[in-house]
Design a binder for this molecule. Structure first.
Ligand SMILES: *[C@@H]1O[C@H](CO)[C@@H](O)[C@H](O)[C@H]1NC(C)=O
Ligand SMILES: *[C@@H]1O[C@H](CO)[C@@H](O)[C@H](O)[C@H]1NC(C)=O
Length: 476
């Protein structure tokens, strides 16, 4: 049966109409020139593309080592402390976008609009976030730390120690190779509010490391309840959280508290022990037992080295087992560790390897604590346009939508000794595969200026120009 004649006529009319509309559109459609990106050179060696609609601060660009810039956005953040004891979730949704919707480049008649260039790249509306009320005056006088290192490494570390140990009444005992410049580092520590006790020792490094056990035992004072052996790149995120975590254990008993490697092959190689970089905590009774001269001598002469010698010494000479604290992190991971820091979980108690196996400047990450306290580090705010701010670490957007309350951690890093997906599940699970197309601005610098903190998050793109998002934090 043929198509009814009425339907055929309708189809014909429809086709004619389409042709007419197309022809008119072609003639009448505003011809917008696709603006090609041009670059301008400012201040000698920095070029700025025409996408940048404002005058960025060239000192900042030089400091960030930016040669070509294609975006600069500034926005204020007001940190409002929550009511006392209000437990704020780590992740929070905000019902507005992070970026301003882009303005139309043509008016209703199709004429190009002259965009008002903002003078200082700043968005009008601040971001307002709730942060936990920072605890005041942490008293950590019952915890002593011990570190075996060299003077120049100690000199680099004291500034980072200051972030967690400064003005907390804790003590740090350092055993270093003899070095005439010890007084200089001592003076620096004094200025930063760290109770640092430097002892020079010409023992070989492995002996010096284990000697920390006896050294800490000789220095216990009446209030000492914990002694902790750390590496010079062990970083605690918050002393008040650490004090709280340790208070969960009965420190009148023998306790050996530590973190396992997050990677099973590493545990296979080194053993089931408290990995030194995560911080190894010995309760006072255990410390005194291990420093008994006979026990200490026997352990000092073992073939096992470093943190392994401590674990074998504990297992061989006492009835104490390892108590794992999953907040203590050795971080035996390399390369891109963003999945760990952007997990939106409870922040770690300690991190390690952050200036060797991977690069996350924990000192810069922590600068914003001057505004909102250490409990606001790594807090997460997700904006309506899908962007996620992880405070002190990054501003990102996943290439595929991720549930805002997703529980998995993105496995972004590389491992050692043949580690695979399952190798990490005991510490990092649940996990999900890496989002290779994730768009990231990573924190590269942060400074305290008066009563505000400026953070610079940078997306590097050598070909098209780097993009910068600056956040200026102040207390509300
Ligand atoms: C060029 O860049 C360097 C940083 O690498 C900076 O110190 C210098 O001041 C810049 N030169 C000019 C003319 O801006
Ligand atoms: C310690 O570090 C400072 C920089 O913060 C440096 O000027 C000084 O020379 C260093 N001292 C030693 C003994 O390494």
């Amino acid at each position: 049966m043929g198509t009814p004649i009425v339907a055929r006529k309708r189809l014909l009319r429809f086709l004619v109409a389409i042709c007419l509309v197309s022809a008119f559109s072609f003639v009448l459609w505003p011809h917008v020139e696709q603006p090609s990106v041009t670059t301008t050179t400012i201040s000698g060696n920095v070029t700025v593309t025409s996408d940048v609609q404002c005058d960025p601060d060239t000192d900042v660009l030089n400091r960030l080592n930016i040669r070509k810039l294609s975006q600069y956005v500034r926005r204020d953040v007001i940190a409002v402390p929550s009511a006392a004891n209000d437990p704020l979730p780590i992740k929070h949704l905000l019902n507005y976008p992070l970026f301003e919707p882009s303005l139309p480049s043509v008016d209703a008649q199709g004429n190009p609009l002259e965009e008002p260039a903002q003078k200082d790249c700043k968005m009008d509306d601040p971001i307002t976030v709730q942060v936990p009320r920072p605890p005041r005056n942490v008293d950590a006088s019952h915890i002593d730390f011990g570190v075996a290192t060299t003077l120049s490494r100690l000199n680099d570390s004291v500034e980072q120690f200051a972030h967690w140990a400064g003005y907390t009444r804790t003590r740090i005992f350092a055993l270093i190779e003899p070095d005439a410049r010890a007084a200089e580092v001592q003076a620096k520590a004094d200025l930063l509010g760290i109770n640092l006790y430097i002892t020079e020792s010409d023992e070989e490094y492995q002996r010096r490391y284990f000697s920390l056990v006896a050294h800490l035992a000789q220095n216990v004072r009446s209030q000492t309840r914990w002694s902790c052996i750390i590496d010079d790149d062990t970083f605690f995120m918050s002393m008040s959280t650490l004090v709280k975590a340790l208070s969960e254990y009965d420190d009148t008993k023998n306790y050996y508290v530590g973190g396992l490697s997050e990677s099973i092959p590493q545990i296979g190689v080194f053993g089931l022990m408290g990995f030194g970089g995560a911080g190894v905590f010995l309760s006072r009774p255990l410390l005194l037992e291990l420093s008994d001269p006979d026990v200490f001598e026997a352990c000092q002469n073992m073939d096992f080295t470093g943190d392994r010698r401590i674990s074998i010494c504990v297992y061989q000479n006492t009835e104490t087992h390892l108590t794992i604290n999953h907040g203590l992190h050795q971080l035996d991971v390399t390369g891109d560790v963003s999945g760990f820091f952007e997990s939106g979980r409870q922040p770690p108690l300690s991190v390690h390897h952050w200036k060797s196996w991977f690069h996350t400047d924990m000192g810069k990450l922590s600068v914003v604590r001057d505004i909102c306290g250490d409990s606001c580090l790594l807090r997460q705010w997700q904006f309506e346009d899908g962007w996620i701010l992880t405070n002190g670490y990054s501003i990102i957007k996943y290439s595929l939508p991720v549930d805002p309350f997703e529980k998995t951690m993105e496995l972004t890093w590389d491992g050692e000794n043949g580690a695979v997906y399952e190798s990490y599940l005991h510490e990092f699970g649940p996990m999900r595969p890496k989002d290779e197309q994730k768009y990231s601005y990573l924190l590269e610098d942060a400074v305290l200026e008066g009563n505000q903190v400026r953070q610079w998050y940078v997306h590097r793109d050598e070909a098209n120009g780097d993009q910068v998002f600056e956040l200026t934090w102040r207390a509300g």
